[in-house]
Design a protein around this ligand. Structure first.
Ligand code: SAM
Length: 274
């Protein structure tokens, strides 16, 4: 027997530039029966731009629980629904998780419609290792939880991605400066918008200009190599080289790092690699 339930489409929308929406996303928004939006007024602007007219219902943090019930009822009655947030991919620091869990419980099909996401676009242009990373979303404001997160960042050997609001940037950079030592940091700002920029500077310089930096931003931090330093010297030179290569460093940087770890002159290491 054919499944008479509707489907829930998780539709990514632009993070600034309105052209960053896929044909499939546009067609999905045109074809569904209802759009559940984080902020209906905000989504209306996008729909007007796309010349789509569609019934909308709000789905945000403060009504998530009750809306989950309404939406699953609609889905069970056969309606297809698109879920959108104000920007980018729903569920990524945006509402979405709850309705998705509920749909899984109720055996309702969930379909991703991929598109823009700030953290991925910040990461890919950062120049920092993209092979392994930890996305932490916004750092907690609660002192104890924040300290724990900072400790996690300090120890992490993976690239770290953080979302931040401009008015909290300076405080966050100061907190990071306490733990980062010489790790690279990149600030990706206003991605896909007119003032898009990727600032690749020392954290101290970033702190100096933090108050002038406005708009939306993502912080990308290089993973730590501290933890392994003792273990590194037990590796063969080739393994030691590959350890840094896998973290995205180039040959020159790797030779410098190996020489530092082994406390030898970098020319000595260089000679072994030619
Ligand atoms: N769901 C979104 C996504 O897929 O990226 C994220 C929503 S979250 C509420 C908003 C945060 O994402 C901002 O505070 C900022 O850290 C980041 N962000 C969103 N748009 C951005 C942009 N155009 N440039 C840089 N960061 C952005």
């Amino acid at each position: 027997m054919e499944d008479e339930k509707g489907k829930l489409y998780i539709v990514a929308t632009p993070i600034g530039n309105l052209e960053d929406i896929t044909l499939r996303a546009i067609n999905t928004l045109k074809e569904v029966d209802l759009i559940a939006a984080e902020d209906t007024r905000h989504t209306l602007k996008l729909l007007n731009h796309l010349e789509i007219s569609k019934p909308m219902i709000s789905y945000h943090r403060h009504n998530e629980e009750i809306r989950c019930d309404n939406l699953t009822k609609e889905l069970k009655s056969g309606k297809n629904i698109a879920l959108v947030s104000d920007a980018g991919t729903p569920g990524i620091c945006d509402p979405g998780e709850e309705i998705i869990k509920k749909c899984i419980e109720e055996n309702i099909t969930i379909v991703p419609i991929p598109g823009a996401c700030a953290m991925i676009n910040a990461l890919i242009c950062s120049g920092i290792n993209t092979k392994e990373f930890n996305f932490l979303g916004f750092l907690p404001l609660n002192k104890k939880l924040r300290k724990e997160k900072l400790e996690e960042i300090k120890k992490s050997n993976k690239t770290i991605i953080i979302y931040e609001a401009p008015h909290k940037l300076k405080t966050t950079l100061n907190d990071l400066n306490e733990i980062l030592e010489e790790r690279k940091i990149v600030l990706a700002r206003e991605i896909t918008k007119i003032h898009e920029e990727f600032i690749r500077e020392d954290i101290e310089k970033l702190i100096e200009k933090a108050e002038e930096l406005k708009g939306e931003m993502v912080i990308i931090i290089e993973g730590s190599t501290q933890k392994e330093e003792n273990e590194l010297n037990n590796l063969s030179l080739e393994e030691h080289f590959n350890f840094y290569k896998n973290q995205g460093f180039d040959k020159k940087e790797i030779i410098k790092k190996i020489a530092k770890d082994r406390n030898v002159n970098k020319n000595e290491i260089y000679k072994k690699f030619i």
